[in-house]
Design a protein around this ligand. Structure first.
Ligand SMILES: Cc1cc2nc3c(=O)[nH]c(=O)nc-3n(C[C@H](O)[C@H](O)[C@H](O)COP(=O)(O)OP(=O)(O)OC[C@H]3O[C@@H](n4cnc5c(N)ncnc54)[C@H](O)[C@@H]3O)c2cc1C
Length: 416
């Protein structure tokens, strides 16, 4: 039985794990039903379920970095981001930016427009300059030029990515600074902070009136000793504080206030990819919407008051980031920068009511959802949000004319 990282999506479909492209081609050409490629299974949405077969691609023989020159590398699309980061680092290169974790495959991360944070930092998919794709007819083709913006963010609907060529930057070190600020300081200064720092984000901590901000800036300084990763401990404390709320609401605030005092300030230097990504041990479910930057402050105030008044059970931090615009047809960042607001609930909690209430706030503000995180959009919503959806439909009709990769859940969104 396949299940995703949070356990919210499961499938009893047969799994295939071909070792060669020829085996993959015969699976595609002989398929009797829908096939869905899977990466690390870190998406929360039903991107893989509903198929008759799930294709794992981690046995396809390829070096992590196939070739490279300054500013460009051709890599194994199905390698994990941390493997690629280490292999690029050996060649003096790096990803320009990364998200919170680095265990996803590159193909999976690009297919859903996975992003980090930074006003000038586009999502990872925008760095794709060409790609080798195995189409619905089993042919292996190279994608570049006018079809590229269709493939950059494509949810495994156009074929199976085998190799990806992407922009890289010379390897660099980052200085990470972490500190506690009040809710008002965070909202009042967020746009300045995005201007001042290469990468900037913050986590609002429900019921505390505070949050934790994190900035990353390029430095020539040498890497130091990385501090202990106390995120998991912090989350445990927040979970316990939430349980204490049932005894008396003041107890939750007192525990959180003490936690903020103990948090202190953090300041250290490390290789970019090691500093940007951390591990996430505690399971959660997540919804993230990407908003026009000018809408972010009002949305954050509404979400905060929703938590305080109607959803006191929510205790997981709310993450706020910004990503630069790009031109991929299905990118939520197409056409300009977006501020991303991510709401989470612990894996054991029922998230439906809270996420539904958040989604109506996000949608009223013109938000577009993260493709790998929970949302309730329908085809007509996509038509309103994505001006190039028609171009994507045409490309999909050309590359997957028999709907081999179109599961029922995806058909509801991508069948015109
Ligand atoms: C703990 C955690 C932290 C996260 N942090 C971030 C973050 O900081 N920023 C962010 O933006 N997102 C984040 N995400 C979301 C995550 O990055 C995306 O859901 C991403 O798609 C997961 O990559 P994956 O390899 O697990 O792909 P999967 O979830 O397995 O697949 C994603 C999509 O890619 C397709 N796919 C996979 N391989 C191929 C292939 N070879 N060819 C064609 N299509 C393919 C699949 O069919 C599917 O449609 C996080 C998720 C978790 C669970």
């Amino acid at each position: 039985m396949w299940k995703n990282w949070s356990g919210s999506q499961t499938s009893a479909a047969a799994m295939a794990n071909p070792g060669t492209v020829a085996q993959l081609q015969s699976l595609v050409r002989g398929a009797g039903g829908v096939l869905r490629p899977v990466g690390a299974g870190h998406s929360f949405t039903p991107l893989v379920t509903g198929s008759s077969q799930i294709l794992r691609l981690d046995r396809l023989e390829r070096p992590a970095v196939i070739s490279s020159r300054p500013g460009r590398a051709r890599v194994n699309a199905n390698a994990r981001l941390h493997e690629l980061s280490a292999a690029l680092g050996n060649k003096g290169q790096a990803f320009r930016n990364l998200g919170d974790i680095n265990v996803q495959t590159l193909a999976g991360a690009m297919s859903t427009a996975t992003h980090g944070t930074g006003r000038e930092m586009p999502c990872i998919a925008a760095e794709m300059t060409s790609a080798q794709l195995l189409t619905g007819s089993g042919d292996v083709i190279e994608i570049r030029g006018e079809d590229l913006p269709g493939v950059q963010v494509s949810l495994g609907l156009l074929g199976i990515l085998l190799e990806i060529e992407l922009n890289t930057v010379p390897a660099f070190n980052l200085r990470r600074r972490v500190g506690v600020r009040s809710f008002e300081q965070l909202l009042g200064q967020m746009h300045n902070n995005w201007t001042e720092h290469r990468c900037y984000e913050f986590f609002l901590l429900p019921h505390s009136g505070k949050g934790v901000q994190i900035s990353h800036d390029v430095t020539e300084a040498a890497p130091g000793k990385s501090p202990l990763d106390l995120d998991a401990v912090g989350l445990q404390v927040m979970k316990i504080a939430s349980a204490l709320r049932r005894v008396h609401p003041a107890l939750q605030r007192q525990v959180l206030a003490l936690m903020m005092v103990l948090q202190g300030e953090e300041d250290y230097v490390g290789e970019s990819w090691r500093v940007l990504s951390s591990s996430r041990e505690m399971r959660f479910n997540e919804m993230e919407y990407h908003l026009p930057p000018e809408a972010a402050e009002a949305v954050l105030r509404e979400i905060n008051s929703l938590v305080e008044t109607r959803h006191p059970e929510v205790w997981f931090p709310i993450e706020v980031r910004q990503t630069a615009g790009d031109s991929a047809w299905l990118s939520p960042f197409q056409g300009g920068p977006r501020v991303s607001v991510a709401v989470h609930m612990h894996g054991g909690q029922n998230y439906a009511g809270f996420f539904r209430d958040c989604e109506s706030i996000f949608r009223a503000a013109g938000g577009r959802p993260h493709w790998g995180k929970l949302h309730g959009l329908k085809r007509q919503d996509l038509e309103a949000l994505y001006p190039d959806l028609g171009k994507f439909d045409e490309l999909r009709a050309r590359l997957d004319p028999k709907d081999l990769f179109l599961s029922p859940a995806l058909a509801g969104l991508f069948r015109p």
